[in-house]
Design a protein around this ligand. Structure first.
Ligand code: NIG
Length: 406
């Protein structure tokens, strides 16, 4: 290549998942060139331009790094006992969140940092190159600001989730005032979106409206936890307020599915339906109706929802395997949802999105010339092996922004 930065040719790729319509989303018997922080070239093996260095991929599959668009990684404490009780038949309720809130408030910044650092490293070893994480276990102005600062050091996108639950011993009306007032004022400069948990035991329709309304009025992106534990207004509110995504979506009426699919018509940016398979399993809830969503034309993302209560995993590969084995998604649909789908949910699928330091970034979730070089090599000849060989650690190598990290 002719650029001033080092170029690296990955040669001998058996199957390259690009998510690029220009080549049908996939090239077999392929090669790819990385130059600096970006992809410089993608095409058929044997036709690649010369590069400074060549890596023989030896018939392995290459795909974008996972884009994990929903996690709660700033926390302290342990909820193993709650998990075991659930496995013994206890139902999940939003109340467990306050257990983590107490532990998080009591933890030092360095404890919180050590925890998220470990989880991000674990995710990277599993092929994840982009991570969104939320505040939401602080729930005081000081602790939410603290969580946002910690998150900014380790995540690619930070979401304010002051509206997670009403903290114990706090009046719901006063708390809503705080979360849409002084707390939002303090956290807004540190985050790229605002989220709320619209659910029985958390925030009802009118409180959720107020959170979304305030976020929109301040020009902040919106997301929502919706329809997790039962049917409810979450999906409709997310679409009405132009949320980037509504996540969980386990209980969907036909109208909810229509609203999500229709949000994408006529070139308009719509609301992504983010399914969280590991959370559905760990809370013994029905798996989200991903097949119905896809058949209706909705845009679907898959995320890990890594958190200590409902989904203590960073493994996107596990989520992809579950989506294929139990949710009716094809392997290619699931891989797309866990890469490009997550990028769309975060607004990172086109160039120019801002990282937490305010630096403009190249598109992620797609492997085409000009996109950020975020990719993984599997120790397998095709992505089908992610479901064909579930729970086998197949990550062979990982690049983020052109730097090999694994
Ligand atoms: O996405 N639904 C709300 N928030 C988390 C649960 C967090 C917890 O129980 O600690 C979730 O599942």
């Amino acid at each position: 290549m002719t650029g001033t930065q080092e170029s690296v040719l990955l040669d001998g790729i058996s199957e390259l998942t690009t998510n690029d319509e220009a080549n049908g989303g996939r090239v077999t018997d392929a090669a790819l060139v990385i130059e600096g922080d970006r992809i410089a070239w993608v095409g058929a093996a044997g036709t690649a331009p010369a590069a400074d260095r060549k890596i023989a991929v030896d018939g392995r599959a290459v795909l974008p790094g996972w884009v994990d668009s929903h996690t709660h990684m700033v926390f302290a404490g342990d909820r193993t006992a709650e998990f075991e009780a659930r496995m013994a038949g206890q139902p999940y309720s939003a109340g467990g969140i306050n257990v983590t809130v107490q532990a998080t408030r009591a933890a030092s910044d360095s404890d919180l940092e050590a925890n998220i650092e470990r989880l991000v490293a674990e995710a990277r070893r599993g092929g994840t190159t982009t991570i969104e994480t939320k505040t939401g276990y602080g729930l005081t102005v000081v602790d939410e600001v603290r969580a946002a600062h910690v998150a900014r050091r380790y995540a690619d996108a930070v979401t304010f989730l002051g509206a997670h639950v009403v903290p114990e011993d706090q009046d719901p009306v006063d708390y809503l005032e705080l979360v849409t007032g002084a707390m939002l004022d303090a956290v807004a400069p540190l985050v790229s979106a605002v989220d709320a948990f619209c659910e029985t035991g958390a925030f009802d329709e009118s409180a959720t409206r107020r959170v979304l309304e305030t976020a929109r009025a301040r020009g902040l992106a919106r997301r929502l936890h919706g329809n997790q534990l039962g049917h409810g207004p979450g999906v409709q509110l997310a679409v009405e307020y132009g949320a980037l995504s509504v996540d969980h979506v386990g209980f969907l009426a036909d109208d909810d599915i229509d609203a999500l699919a229709s949000s994408w018509v006529e070139g308009m940016r719509g609301t992504v339906a983010t399914v969280l398979p590991a959370c559905d399993l760990s809370t013994k809830m029905p798996l989200a109706p991903a097949r119905r969503l896809l058949d209706a034309g909705a845009v679907v993302a898959i995320a890990s929802n890594c958190n200590p209560g409902t989904s203590f995993t960073t493994s996107m590969a596990f989520c992809v395997a579950t989506a294929v084995l139990q949710m009716g998604m094809s392997v290619r649909e699931a891989v797309r949802a866990a890469t490009l789908g997550g990028a769309i949910a975060l607004g990172m699928h086109t160039d120019g999105w801002l990282d937490p330091r305010g630096a403009p970034q190249l598109a992620v979730g797609v492997l085409r010339a000009g996109a950020r070089a975020d990719l993984q090599i599997l120790d397998a000849p095709s992505v089908a092996h992610l479901a064909y060989r579930p729970a086998v650690p197949l990550t062979h190598a990982v690049w983020k922004a052109g730097i090999r990290e694994i």
